[in-house]
Design a protein around this ligand. Structure first.
Ligand code: GLN
Length: 469
């Protein structure tokens, strides 16, 4: 945290894309102040919180960092935003992201890439800056994504917590690169109402904070059933409490064999082993476990993601809302032109792939098959957790934050997408997962690991995370 406090924000890190109008800020601040003065303080009174730009806020631009929605001001507000405001939180802005949350770098945004604030942190060896002046102009470490703006905003100290979305790792990945706690709760615990969908069956609002305790506070403020999202669960699981007397010696931790993937950096591997050893020394039982279908995570995720995208994105036609381009003589022309100019290559590629997978002749071979594999992946989790294992410990990302130049090379893009293997599994199974910063790499950047648990095990998951923190 010392590094965080000593962050020097010497340049525009490009994490915030819309500020909240000052009247609204003042209104929220006044409400928080009044409740504080009255002694009726609420969980988030006066706490600055940012939201990824895919959470709708009434009359405030919500663009998903896409040209398609540059002029879109939603007529309603997402439940997560409402709940934060009701709990006294002050919403300070909307954060940058990969267009429509597709990506893991926050490099593919119509506002330009997000810069990782750690570029400007002093490194632990006491050198002035990780990058020399020259290289900081031409190159920098990326924030990760797709919720990179949210992570960078918290890391730079612009807010104490931020919401991202997590469909395949988009909250945990940037949390890992920016040295923060990234929580993806159990599917159904947090309302998706007003969060612009990517893959409805996997999307979960994500919480980025500096500490595990903050993560629990935020989770408690927003968890619960929402009549406007029928996939939220009726049962009341909150409050989630961190048990600071948590008995690690009673814990069984699994290390999934299949997550030893090529490309895992020696530093992350070392941290993974050291953390497993530390748990063992504290009395926990640590055992290698097998999740035989984990190796199919990436392919399966991509087929299902593209299929849901193809269906979801048919709403962006330029007719009702969104960018409108082209001649109005032919409806098809208007759709095609608007979509061509409105979406970037990544989005267009996924729509195309999804429509291909959904063609009548491909439906069984791709969509149905991927659904079956998703079930097998889900069953792997069930089998592991019912065999007596309480939690799984894995890396979150393959390496520390890559540089922009490295990440931008085409081959490396694919290689970097490979690390979604650690994160996508939890989205497909709907289980909770948290990414934790535990160490620093040689070049001074954060290194993180991920803990996963069974559905609705957030209290225990965060308690173990708190112990490790
Ligand atoms: N990197 C993954 C993708 O591009 C995850 C995205 C996400 O979680 N929103 O689909």
């Amino acid at each position: 945290d010392m590094c965080h406090r000593r962050l020097k924000e010497t340049t525009n890190l490009n994490y915030m894309v819309h500020n909240i109008p000052s009247q609204l800020l003042h209104k929220h601040a006044r409400i928080a102040e009044q409740s504080y003065v009255k002694g009726s303080s609420k969980a988030l009174d006066g706490i600055p919180v940012a939201f990824k730009d895919n959470f709708c806020m009434r009359n405030i631009p919500t663009t998903c960092a896409s040209r398609m929605l540059l002029n879109y001001k939603p007529p309603y507000t997402a439940t997560m935003v409402e709940k934060v405001a009701q709990a006294g939180g002050i919403i300070v802005g909307k954060t940058n992201m990969d267009e429509f949350a597709m990506g893991s770098g926050s490099v593919d945004s119509c506002y330009g890439p997000v810069v990782n604030p750690w570029n400007f942190a002093l490194n632990l060896q006491g050198q002035e800056s990780i990058l020399d002046e020259e290289s900081s102009l031409s190159d920098w470490f990326i924030s990760g994504g797709s919720s990179g703006g949210s992570a960078a905003a918290v890391a730079a100290g612009a807010c104490l917590a931020a919401f991202g979305s997590d469909t395949g790792g988009s909250t945990r990945n940037p949390a890992s690169y920016c040295g923060l706690v990234g929580l993806k709760a159990t599917y159904g615990l947090l309302s998706r109402h007003g969060m612009i969908p990517l893959v409805n069956s996997m999307d979960v609002p994500g919480i980025v904070t500096k500490t595990v305790e903050d993560s629990a506070i935020l989770l408690n403020a927003v968890a619960g059933h929402d009549v406007r999202d029928s996939t939220t669960v009726q049962e009341k699981y909150a409050p989630f409490e961190i048990d600071d007397t948590f008995d690690v010696s009673k814990v069984y931790v699994g290390i999934p064999r299949e997550f030893h993937t090529p490309g895992l950096s020696p530093e992350v591997l070392k941290l993974w082993k050291a953390t497993a050893d530390a748990l063992e020394q504290a009395g926990a039982k640590v055992a290698e476990v097998s999740m035989p279908h984990a190796k199919h995570c990436l392919n399966c995720y991509h087929v299902l993601c593209c299929c849901e995208v193809a269906s979801n994105f048919s709403r962006y036609t330029g007719i009702e809302f969104g960018l409108r381009c082209g001649s109005e003589e032919s409806t098809e022309d208007l759709y095609a032109e608007s979509r061509h100019h409105g979406f970037n290559d990544v989005v267009r590629g996924r729509i195309l792939a999804g429509n291909f997978f959904l063609l009548r002749r491909n439906f069984d071979r791709f969509f149905l098959k991927a659904q079956r594999i998703r079930r097998l992946i889900s069953n792997d989790f069930k089998a592991v957790f019912s065999s007596g294992i309480h939690f799984l410990l894995t890396p979150t990302t393959l390496t520390d934050a890559p540089s922009f130049s490295w990440f931008s090379q085409k081959d490396n893009r694919t290689r970097s997408a490979e690390q979604d293997i650690f994160t996508t599994a939890a989205n497909m199974a709907g289980t909770p997962a948290v990414s934790l910063p535990l160490s620093n790499s040689q070049r001074g950047l954060p290194l993180s690991l991920q803990l996963m648990g069974p559905h609705f095990s957030e209290s225990r998951l965060l308690s173990l995370a708190y112990w490790l923190e």
